[in-house]
Ligand binder design. Structure first.
Ligand code: NAD
Length: 289
């Protein structure tokens, strides 16, 4: 099978949340036809409105011509039905960070898309080999890990699993460049590069709080003021979504066999149980109401 970057004209994006909406927006803006899919009709409608609003703001700020904006909007379609991805040459999955759900989605996709369609996952921490586990053709499964907010963040990690075809990794790397990003090749392992390297930023913040040294507001303020970070760990967790940040922390901790440097605190998981998921629900470590 030949997986060629030049053959990619239409891309399916599954999951119209924070990440999927951003990925779809960038793809449509740089010239790809995009089908954005979500099982939740409300999420799909919100994503379309948000994307169009952000494209309009690019025009207002002089970053995009009005006709290019209209063309980008015209290239984006939404669908609640996975079979509408049948004629895509690449699918980028950005659904909930749950291995069992991603595994069954990837296996289901194989029955829908053509044999040479690349299947990419935006997973933050799950191994690409494990996501591909139920697929007949594991060679076409690859990681394409964007950062939030996707239209602004330049980095994208491209991850080949044990069975991934080198041509699939190359085509995905080229897609990253075509989307205006700076791709880096990362090894398939818990958290890849950024989410492993940056994990301690969150966990140390949580431990400082748990030990009563300082509250979140103070930790965030000091990390920005003295550490030179753009956001503090608690602000960043609220932006990411605690329902993403906590499972990612847990996968990486488990993946490194309970390495103490990666251990989080009980409050982290409690936030998920309590529905305090961050900005997307109006409350997390901070109140956004
Ligand atoms: P989100 O909760 O904002 O959105 C997820 C969307 O997926 C929801 O709209 C949900 O309805 C939809 N969904 C769930 N299961 C589905 C299914 N089976 N079929 C179709 N749609 C389904 O989540 P997010 O923050 O966009 O994260 C999505 C993925 O991207 C996760 O794997 C996450 O780890 C990864 N990621 C997140 C960030 C971040 O900062 N939030 C950064 C990089 C990668």
């Amino acid at each position: 099978m030949v997986y060629a970057f030049d053959d990619i004209k239409k891309v399916g994006v599954i999951g119209a949340g924070l990440m999927g909406a951003g990925i779809a927006q960038v793809l449509a803006t740089v010239g790809y036809d995009v089908v954005l899919n979500d099982m939740n009709a409300e999420a799909l409608a919100k994503a379309k409105t948000d994307i169009e609003g952000r494209i309009d703001r690019m025009v207002e700020k002089g970053k995009l011509e009005a006709d290019a904006a209209a063309a980008a909007k015209g290239r984006l379609t939404t669908s609640g039905d996975l079979t509408s991805l049948a004629d895509t040459q690449m699918v980028i999955e950005a659904i909930i960070e749950r291995l069992d759900i991603k595994q069954s989605l990837f296996a289901e996709l194989e029955g829908i898309v053509s044999a040479d369609c690349i299947l990419a996952s935006n997973t933050s921490s799950l191994s690409i080999a494990s996501i591909a586990k139920n697929c007949e053709n594991r060679a076409r499964v690859v990681g394409m890990h964007f950062f939030n907010p996707v239209p602004l963040m330049k980095l994208v990690e491209v991850i080949g699993g044990a069975a991934t075809d080198a041509g699939v990794v190359d085509a995905t790397y080229e897609m990253g460049k075509a989307m205006g990003k700076e791709p880096v090749i990362a090894k398939d392992g818990p958290g890849f590069i950024v989410n492993l390297g940056g994990r301690a930023y969150y966990t140390e913040g949580l431990h400082i709080e748990a030990e009563g040294v300082a509250p979140p507001e103070q930790i965030d303020r000091i990390m920005k003021m003295a550490g030179g970070f753009r956001m503090g760990p608690f602000e960043l967790m609220d932006l990411t979504g605690i329902d993403t940040n906590f499972p990612v922390s847990t996968f990486i901790f488990n993946g490194y066999h309970s390495d103490a440097r990666l251990r989080t605190t009980p409050r982290h998981g409690y936030m998920v149980e309590a529905g305090l998921l961050g900005r997307k629900v109006g409350r997390g470590f901070y109140d956004y109401a």
